[in-house]
Design a protein around this ligand. Structure first.
Ligand code: GLC
Ligand code: CA
Length: 558
């Protein structure tokens, strides 16, 4: 495998709306991010991905872009962004923006022009079809946020347009070379500004199965999940390669693809040496127990399931490239609330989960607040929820016969709002995020769970993450931590997650996934303990006695 400049980095996702508010309007902004660059430096983040800050009506929190070349005034100005890029660079941090090009906003001028003249140039930028009341739709796909993917084209009684996401997010027609050229021009315009690269949103959806057709319904609404058409759509790799050649390759840019529905044979083309992305996120944990019926139908994920899922991903990619390892992001609940059983949601458990994920082969990608062990929130009523997919899933749960209280509990487990509450800086009002009223209330646990408190304490979750990041950077260990082969140890043993990283040194990573002590047989002699989330362990008859939720990184004799 060819070595790349970003392999040894640690990446960090910022959700700007909830990171730091500089002017008291309750919305996090770019000056807020700039004011925290020293914090990011101190933590050890080298690549920082900003969720969208482009002009947007915020129907889907910025993933609906109305102007690709402008910053939404709520987040700041282009000068702020230029300053952020420059100041980050001065601290050795590369800024990565979100590239949202499967769709734009219905308030983008392309869509407005398409509505004004559906047969003109911009009509071809979208999927617009003739349709008359009473006729069947071109296909029965259900949009990701509920309801049909088809809606009436504004201003036209006899035309409809396609949106795989919200109706304010019309899909762009990637079959049209004219549209593709516009997108590449825009990407290069941004790369010329000195961005390190992009996280690429929902990208697998750009290839539609054409001509449109129905699939068997998977719910009572008569519609089917979009994943059905993605399984059959062929040729996304060609589009992605063209994009990479016209843009990313020319700048040696870093790109992380959001890919949920990849096919095994596509992997080398996606993340191999000449892949169209640098890396893609490993969502295998988040796909566990997934049900097409909806969130209400999903059983809690166990740590053992998670272990097998990520080991599977490691195997699939070992010879191909680097995955980005995540526990959470702005679309997922907090990892510690999702993966840890209730009795494991303590600081030891949080460090265990963080350590096991961080030490996998690949690029560690932290989400803001993960380094503190931030948790899910409880809501009293659905009206407190902002996220559009949560509101849809609430309805789906009610329709399936759950009571409002049960439906709310389901939403609390999965809601995207869980990750979107303000960053918990300290115990002052609103967690130190804003002097005004935050757009989404802070998790009330900020009074005890916050950065200022964890900074004061040597055994905090935050200190532990810093130690992990330092280990990855340490020239003595980097070769093994970054490039070492991952080899599971005692893989079939429930309640234990253990693996070697074999590079120029040999590391053994051990995690006790249970609330009881267990003896873990050791494959050889320990040279030293590099990291421990508790305070040591004893070895008896060649086995390490691991306390509940204990996590250790050992150097072994080769
Ligand atoms: C991606 C984003 C998500 C957004 C969707 C549509 O999955 O991460 O937040 O809603 O794409 O752009
Ligand atoms: Ca603000």
């Amino acid at each position: 495998m060819e070595r790349k400049w970003w392999h040894g980095k640690t990446a960090y996702q910022i959700y700007p709306k909830s990171f730091m508010d500089s002017n008291g309007d309750g919305i996090g902004d770019l000056p807020g991010v700039i004011s925290k660059l020293d914090y990011l430096r101190e933590l050890g983040a080298d690549i920082v991905w900003l969720s969208p800050i482009y002009c947007s009506p915020l129907a889907d929190q910025g993933y609906d872009i109305s102007d690709y070349f402008a910053i939404d005034p709520r987040f700041g100005t282009m000068e702020d962004l230029d300053r952020l890029i420059a100041e980050a660079k001065a601290r050795g941090i590369g800024v990565v923006m979100d590239l949202v090009v499967n769709h734009c906003s219905d308030e983008h001028e392309w869509f407005k022009k398409a509505c004004a003249d559906p047969d003109g140039r911009y009509g071809q930028f979208f999927y617009i079809r003739d349709w008359h009341e009473g006729e069947p739709l071109p296909c029965n796909w259900r949009s990701y946020f509920g309801g049909s993917v088809w809606d009436k084209l504004p201003g036209h009684e006899d035309k409809i347009y396609l949106h795989l996401f919200h109706k304010k997010q019309p899909d762009l027609n990637w079959e049209n070379p004219d549209l593709r050229r516009e997108i590449y021009r825009m990407i290069n315009w941004w790369l010329d500004k000195g961005l390190a690269g992009f996280r690429i949103d929902a990208i697998i959806n750009i290839k539609k199965l054409l001509p449109f057709r129905d699939f068997p319904a998977d719910r009572a609404d008569g519609m089917c999940s979009i994943s059905r058409m993605l399984e059959e759509a062929k040729g996304v790799g060609d589009l992605l390669h063209e994009m990479a050649e016209e843009t990313f390759y020319r700048y040696d840019a870093f790109t992380a693809g959001e890919v949920f529905n990849d096919k095994p044979e596509e992997l080398p083309r996606f993340i191999g040496d000449t892949g169209c992305f640098s890396t893609m996120f490993d969502f295998s944990g988040h796909l566990l127990n997934h049900s097409e019926r909806g969130w209400y139908d999903q059983a809690p994920v166990t740590l053992d399931q998670w272990k097998h899922a990520v080991f599977g991903s490691q195997r699939r990619t070992a010879e191909v490239g680097f995955l980005s390892n995540i526990l959470e992001n702005h679309d997922e609940p907090r990892g510690v609330s999702y993966y840890l059983p209730p009795e494991g949601r303590c600081e030891a458990g949080k460090k265990l989960l963080g350590g096991l994920s961080f030490m996998l082969r690949g690029l560690p990608f932290l989400y803001q607040g993960q380094e503190l062990g931030m948790e899910n929130v409880r809501h009293r009523d659905i009206s407190e929820i902002d996220d559009i997919s949560s509101r849809d899933q609430y309805k789906v749960a009610l329709e399936a016969g759950l009571s409002p209280a049960e439906a709310l509990a389901v939403v609390d487990r999965f809601s995207r709002d869980n990750a979107r509450t303000p960053f918990q800086w300290d115990d002052s009002p609103n967690a130190g995020f804003t002097a005004g009223t935050p757009w989404l209330p802070a998790n009330p646990n900020y009074r005890t769970l916050n950065l200022a408190e964890q900074r004061r304490r040597p055994d905090s979750v935050w200190r532990f993450y810093r130690a992990l990041i330092e280990l990855r950077r340490d020239p003595v260990w980097a070769e093994t931590v970054v490039y070492g082969r991952l080899e599971p140890w005692l893989e079939e043993r429930d309640g234990l997650m253990a693996y070697f990283r074999r590079g120029d040194r040999t590391l053994l990573v051990l995690g006790n996934l249970r609330g009881e002590t267990q003896a873990c047989p050791l494959p050889g002699k320990i040279r030293q303990t590099l990291l421990d989330n508790l305070s040591g362990f004893s070895v008896e008859n060649g086995a390490a006695l691991l306390a509940p939720w204990q996590f250790v990184i050992l150097e072994m004799e080769d």
